[in-house]
Design a protein around this ligand. Sequence first.
Ligand code: NAP
Length: 497
Amino acid sequence: MPEAFHNLINGKWVDALSRETLESVNPADTSDIIGTVPASGREDIDRAVEAARAALPGWRSTPAPKRGEIIFRAAEKLLKHKNELGRLVTREMGKILSEGLGDVQEAIDMAYYMAAEGRRLTGETVPSELFAKDCKSVRTPVGVFGLITPWNFPAAIPAWKIFPCLIAGNTAVFKPSSSTPVAATRLVEMIHDAGLLPGVLNLVHGTGDGAGEALASHPGIDGLSFTGSTAIGERLLKTCASTGKEISCEMGGKNPIIVMDDARIDLAVEGALWGAFGTSGQRCTAASRLIVHEKVHDRFLAMFLNAARSLKVGNGLDKATQMGPVINEAQMRKVLGYIETGRKEGAQLALGGQSMREGALAKGFFIEPTVFIGVDEEMRIAQEEIFGPVVSVLKAKNLEDAIAMANNVKYGLSSSIYTQDVNNSAIAERDLDAGIVYINAPTIGAEIQLPFGGVKKSGLGRKEAGGRGGSLDMFTRWKVIYRDFSGRLQKAQIDTD
Ligand code: NAP
C-alpha cells in the first residue's frame, strides 16, 4: 500500500470529505507509487478558507519580527532535511538529484530572506508640506491568499509564495500541483511544525479543475498568487477580475539565447546545453530557441550537437544521470506531438526526436535530447512553449536581426546573449523584451533576492521573489498615514493668505 498523505486544514491532517484520493507516481519509474493524497473538492476548500480567515486576526497582529522567527525556524528545518526533501523532489518530479537539492536550496534561501524581512518590511517617511505634520506609508497585509503552483519546482515555487505571503501577515490556502503533491506536503509539514498557529497555512490537495478552480473562485480569499501555464493563468485572471481580487500570474516562456559572432563559443555551448536540457527543458525559463549569428552558426552547432549527443539520460537519483524524464504521459505525448509538428513544418531534425523505452528507461517518460535546425522563426516549434527537451536553432544575420527574432513571440520571460562586446551586451540589455536578461549566462538561474517574472503572455500582475518590486508588493497593501500635531486645521494645497 502506498503511504497516504493528507490535507492540512486548521492545523489538522485530514482526508478529503469525499474520501477520494489521487496517486503520485515517479515519472522515471511508474511502478514506484510515492503516495496518495486527497482528491479534494469545494467543501474541503470551504473549510480551509474558513480556517485561514479565522486565523487572520491573530497572525496579522503577531509582530512581524516574531513571524520572522517562525519562518527562520522553518528555514533551519528545511536545511536539516534538505537531503531527504531533495531526493523526494527528484523521485516525484524527475529532475536530477543535484537539481532536486537545488530546488530545496532555493526554498531555504527564500525562507532565510523572508525571515529577515520581518525586521524590515520597510515603508517610507517623507516630509510634509505643512508644519507640525508628518507623513508615512506602511505595508499592511492583504488578507487570505490562495496559492496555486505547478509541478516543475515542487519546493522552490511554493516557498516563493508561502514565505512572503506569511511574513507580510497574510494567511494562506495552498493548492500544489497534483503531479507533485508529496513534496509539497513535506514542505508544508516542516513550515507548519516550525510554530505556526492552526489555520495560518492550510494545504489542500486536488486537481486543477476541482480544488484549484474552487480556490480561485472562492469568495473568502482576498488574493490569488498563481504560477503555471498561460492558458490557465488567463482563465484565472478573468475569474479574479470578476470578483475584484488581487492576482499575480507567472506563466509560460519561449526563451531565446543569442550567440554572437564575437562570443566565446565554448561558453555559449555549455550555457545552451544547460539552458535547453536542464530539468529536461521543463523550466519556464528554459532556453528553447538558440539564435546564432550566421558567421559562427556551423561551428557552434557542431559543438552543441556533440555535447547534446553525449548527455546521459536516466533516473535522476542515479548520480551519473544528466537529464531525467518528463513529468507524465500527457506531457510526453505533447512533446512528441511538437516534434512531429516540427518535422511537418520542414525543420530539420539534427538530433533525437524519439521517446526512450529501452532497458532501465522502459517504465519512465523519457525523451531523447532533441535539436531542430533550419528553423524559421514563424514555425510553431519556434513560437509555442513545448516544455520538454526540444530546442530550435535559428540563424541570424546580425545583432538587430537576432533581437528582432528573440522578441518575435508572444512570451517575454527570460532571455540571454553570449557576446564579448560591451556594446552588443548593452544593446541587448536595452532591447530584449523580457522580464529577465542574462549576459554570458543561459536563460535559467534566477536568484531569489531579485524580482522574478515576465512581460507579455509570460506574466501578469506583481512579480515574484525579492527586492524592490518583488512579491512583497503582491502580498501587502500600502497604507498612508498623515498625523497633524499642530493643534489647528492645516489645509494642504490651499493658499491661506
Ligand atoms: P498548469 O497546468 O497551468 O497548472 C498549474 C497549477 O494550476 C497546478 O496546480 C494545476 O493543478 C492548477 N490548475 C490547473 N487548472 C486549473 C484551474 N482551472 N483552476 C485553478 N487551478 C488550476 O501548469 P503546469 O503544467 O503545472 O506547469 C507548467 C507551466 O508552468 C508551464 O507553462 C511553465 O512555463 C509554467 N511555469 C511558469 C513559471 C514562472 O514563474 N513564470 C514557473 C514555473 C512554471 P493540477 O496540477 O492538479 O492540474
